[in-house]
Write a protein that binds this ligand. Structure first.
Ligand SMILES: [Cu+2]
Length: 399
């Protein structure tokens, strides 16, 4: 769970595997989608824990409750699948800053994760078009909201991602750090992504999300989730079983067959983002990516996300004073992906470099339930058979 900062728990919990959307264009060739990520797939999460702290009332702030359209939704997974990712476009009856969150699952058996995304006014038409595409409530969406980025500014899409909050079973109410709130712009909307695992239960869901809103005039500083993804290029171990999917191109085609062409584009896009060669990357168990801080900000907490082959993950900040490890997870546990608050919030300055480093262990295949035993070259993707390497930095903007 989240640690304590002052009197408030850190907001923006990272649920069981979620990555926001962003677009990468880069590297000469047209790469049109380092898109969203996903989740780690079903891994024996039990229902929400019995003890769930209530979102606290605060003077001058309003708690609003967001509900699914019509109050409930009956999940149905596509033919042959057991997961239904559904996004719902919702109105927030207040604007300003969100300072606290609580997801109340309506059908804990079914509900695998929930993510709330910010939709700016200029994105509303795109979101509504997605919503209208079929006659069922909501629309199918893997990983991110599926709504195109505002202006194609890839780095901003990562530095100031569109996550508002995320939830996974067991997640409790959370607060943003004192003095900071997540911007909810006037004229915008939110998209609530629900991931239902229909293997685990049946029936309908009537989940709700409580959001505590402070007015625009409250003078809070904006708080964002900065996403720091790295590629995953994990070959079949040379001394282990081999198979057709041990070929990288075959593995990428397989991901694309399950999650669409954007899913292949994001494998290449991650190489472009992280200085690798999209066509001929350095494969291996350990991968990293370094990005440069662009704005004065305060780092409050860091989370790491991988899937079931995840072994270890670190996040380092390098500045003129040296290098500080701000996340150190030597033995990754898929069931504990909570953000870890820094003992003392850290100032980030333009030019500082942040690096995420992940090590995956391909030999866990066959040992851990939930991972198909068929050998494969593993790339970034949303399924249980795929992997991610993602640092999430909870940063407040101070400039
Ligand atoms: Cu994931």
């Amino acid at each position: 769970m989240f640690g304590t900062i002052g009197h408030s728990r850190v907001g923006l919990l990272l649920g069981a595997g979620v990555v926001a959307a962003a677009l990468v264009a880069g590297c000469g060739s047209k790469i049109d989608g380092l898109a969203d990520g996903g989740h780690g797939g079903p891994v024996g999460h039990s229902a929400a824990s019995a003890e769930v702290a209530e979102l606290a009332e605060l003077p001058g702030q309003e708690i609003v409750t967001l509900s699914l359209p019509g109050g409930s939704y009956t999940p149905s997974a596509p033919e042959g699948a057991t997961d239904d990712y559904r996004c719902f476009v919702l109105d927030v009856p207040e604007q300003g800053f969100a300072t606290g969150f609580q997801v109340i699952p309506g059908n804990p058996e079914l509900t695998h994760h929930a993510i709330l995304y910010r939709i700016y006014p200029e994105q509303v038409a795109d979101a509504e078009a997605l919503e209208a595409a079929d006659d069922r409530p909501g629309y199918e969406c893997f990983g991110g909201s599926g709504v195109p980025a505002r202006d194609g500014d890839v780095l901003r899409g990562l530095d100031e991602s569109d996550w508002i909050t995320a939830w996974a079973p067991g997640g409790e109410a959370s607060d943003t750090p004192d003095g900071y709130g997540v911007p909810i712009p006037a004229g915008g909307k939110v998209v609530l992504q629900m991931h239902y695992n229909t293997r685990a239960g049946t029936g309908s869901d009537s989940s709700t999300v409580k959001v505590r809103m402070a007015p625009e005039a409250s003078g809070l500083k904006p708080l964002y989730s900065m996403l720091l993804p790295a590629p995953v290029e994990l070959p079949c171990p040379a001394d282990g079983p081999q198979g057709p999917l041990c070929d990288r191109q075959a593995a990428i085609a397989d991901v694309a067959s399950r999650f669409g062409r954007g899913s292949a584009a994001q494998v290449y896009g991650l190489q472009a983002l992280c200085g690798g060669d999209p066509g001929n990357p350095a494969a291996g168990e350990t991968q990293s990516c370094t990005r440069t801080v662009r704005e004065e900000s305060t780092l409050f907490a860091v989370a790491g996300h991988m899937h079931l082959l995840g072994d270890s993950i670190t996040v380092d900040v390098a500045n003129p004073d040296g290098t500080q490890r701000v996340l150190d997870v030597p033995q990754y546990d898929f069931d504990n992906q909570d953000a870890v608050p820094l003992a003392v919030p850290m100032q980030l300055r333009p030019g500082d470099e942040v690096t995420v480093t992940c090590t995956h262990d391909p030999t866990l295949r066959g040992k851990v339930p939930g991972i198909p035993v068929e050998p494969r070259y593993v790339v970034w993707g949303e399924g249980t058979t795929d992997e991610m390497c993602l640092g999430v930095l909870i940063v407040g903007k101070d400039a």
